[in-house]
Design a protein around this ligand. Structure first.
Ligand code: RB5
Length: 143
């Protein structure tokens, strides 16, 4: 799967770990930065990842900042994006099954990094259930 990755300085370290994890699983990674731990602005990176997914350049995206909050807000400003900030395996599972999330947001400063990789694994391997959830996702996309 082609996966776009973007992070600010608060998520840089975890982004590098997620990138290595995805490449190890043979995913095609589109790394949109940032590339150091120097301070940058998370809105630009959330927007870049949102646009990569909304345009079809990448099938899914993962965004990371310190808490995952700011960069998820930025990604969700892009039409067609359903970015879910997940701090548990259950949230990752439900964001796929019920919300068809197309971007996962993680907090690099709040999650233990090995656990964050477990969240990524669950998020990537869980399918959208469709059915009654499709109408609600359509309502989201029409906003
Ligand atoms: C950067 O200091 C921090 O505000 C950012 O990474 C993120 O947590 C914002 O939501």
């Amino acid at each position: 799967m082609k996966i776009a990755l973007a992070a600010d300085h608060g998520g840089f370290e975890l982004k590098e770990k997620v990138k290595a994890y995805l490449q190890d699983k043979d995913h095609d990674v589109l790394d949109l930065g940032c590339n150091t731990d120097e301070s940058v602005d998370y809105p630009s990176y959330g927007k870049a990842c949102g646009e990569a997914v909304a345009s079809g350049e990448a099938e899914r995206g993962i965004v990371i900042c310190g808490t995952g909050i700011g960069i998820s807000i930025a990604a969700n400003k892009v039409k067609g994006i359903r970015c879910a900030l997940c701090t548990s395996l259950f949230m990752a599972e439900m964001s796929r099954k019920h919300n068809d999330s197309n971007i996962l947001s993680l907090g690099g400063r709040i999650l233990e990094h090995d656990f964050a990789l477990n969240i990524v694994e669950v998020w990537l391997s869980t399918e959208f259930e469709g059915g009654r959830h499709q109408r609600r996702v359509d309502l989201l996309d029409s906003m």
